[in-house]
Design a protein around this ligand. Structure first.
Ligand SMILES: Nc1ncnc2c1ncn2[C@@H]1O[C@H](COP(=O)(O)OP(=O)(O)OP(=O)(O)O)[C@@H](O)[C@H]1O
Ligand SMILES: CC(C)(CO)[C@@H](O)C(=O)NCCC(=O)O
Ligand SMILES: [K+]
Length: 279
């Protein structure tokens, strides 16, 4: 079995992948914390022959995790943001400072779709752009839905947006605090994504396929106007592409990869931008 680990600021997500059949056998998530000890929520390491890790947690968390895993698992691979990988050139002035989850998302998106706009809706919402030739432009970081809500301190932090909500309902003015907050932060997130996507495609003169991932991807997806695909395993896809272990991975296949969404034309994107500014 291969253990893939995505250590985020809030949640540490894992999945177990069968090295022979490439099937995903199980998944889970635990709170990210200093002491990451195998327990009820952590897979049995006896069956694990290789681990691949993406971590944006504090260095101490990663060090502890790696030290612990090395005692039981022979192969431990830790992803890093590099100046260049798999045909993608990192757009950061200091490439190592780009969050490795963003880098892996960009690599997976490029491998799947060529150029792309990769959006990760987690603790933060990150929006990264890769041009068809592999140039990563950099991106945008916006507070995620939960962080926006907590920062308001209006006593509504524990009332999450119902992930089954229809986008239309979330666009109505709220008539109680909890709705005003939930609809407000939802609008803030989806308007940012829609506008940033249009602006960058306009600047670059290219309509890019949009890929969404992260804990809030499904609910945010309903408010994103342009065609897009939700890819819950996008960061894992970057791990597979960076450290291919199975036969399928060596052939460039990433588990759970969606079909490539066909972007609307650049003309339509530009018309939408002009309309939104009442030009
Ligand atoms: N069971 C859950 N526990 C916590 N957050 C959840 C859960 N399910 C969905 N979410 C939502 O997912 C978001 C967390 O995103 P994600 O699962 O991508 O993890 P993350 O650790 O925050 O990611 P990162 O720190 O890498 O950005 C939260 O903002 C929250 O609204
Ligand atoms: C922005 C987050 C928190 C998103 O998970 C992560 O990618 C991160 O810690 N990045 C480092 C800062 C940067 O990417 O510029
Ligand atoms: K994430």
């Amino acid at each position: 079995m291969i253990l893939d680990l995505d250590i985020g600021n809030t949640l540490s997500k894992w999945r177990l992948k069968d090295a022979e059949s490439s099937e995903i056998r199980s998944r889970g998530a635990v709170w990210t914390r200093e002491e990451w000890r195998p327990g009820a929520d952590i897979p049995n390491l006896d069956v694990v022959e290789a681990v691949r890790i993406s971590s944006v947690a504090r260095a101490a968390v990663l060090e502890e995790t790696v030290a612990l895993l090395r005692r039981q698992v022979r192969q431990v691979y830790v992803a890093r943001s590099t100046p260049e990988a798999l045909g993608v050139v990192n757009g950061y002035e200091e490439p190592g400072r780009l969050g490795v989850d963003r880098w892996l998302g960009a690599l997976a998106g490029y491998q799947l779709a060529g150029g792309c706009c990769a959006v990760d809706c987690g603790s933060a919402i990150t929006i990264d752009f890769v041009l068809p030739g592999g140039v990563h432009l950099g991106g945008f970081i916006v507070p995620g839905l939960r962080l926006m809500k907590e920062s308001l301190k209006l006593g509504t932090r524990n009332v999450a947006i119902d992930p089954e909500s229809e986008a239309d309902a979330l666009l109505e003015p709220g008539r109680r605090t909890v709705d005003a907050v939930n609809h407000g932060i939802y609008m803030a997130a989806v308007s940012a994504i829609n506008r940033i996507y249009s602006e960058v495609c306009d600047q670059q003169g290219v309509a890019l396929p949009v890929l969404l991932t992260g804990g809030d991807a499904r609910v945010i997806s309903r408010g994103v106007q342009v065609p897009h695909a939700v890819w819950p395993d996008m960061v894992y896809g970057g791990l597979e592409a960076s450290f291919p272990l199975t036969f399928a991975e060596r052939a460039g296949k990433m588990s759970g990869a969606p079909g490539v969404p066909e972007p609307v034309s650049l003309e339509k994107i530009r018309a939408g931008l002009a309309f939104s500014m009442l030009l």
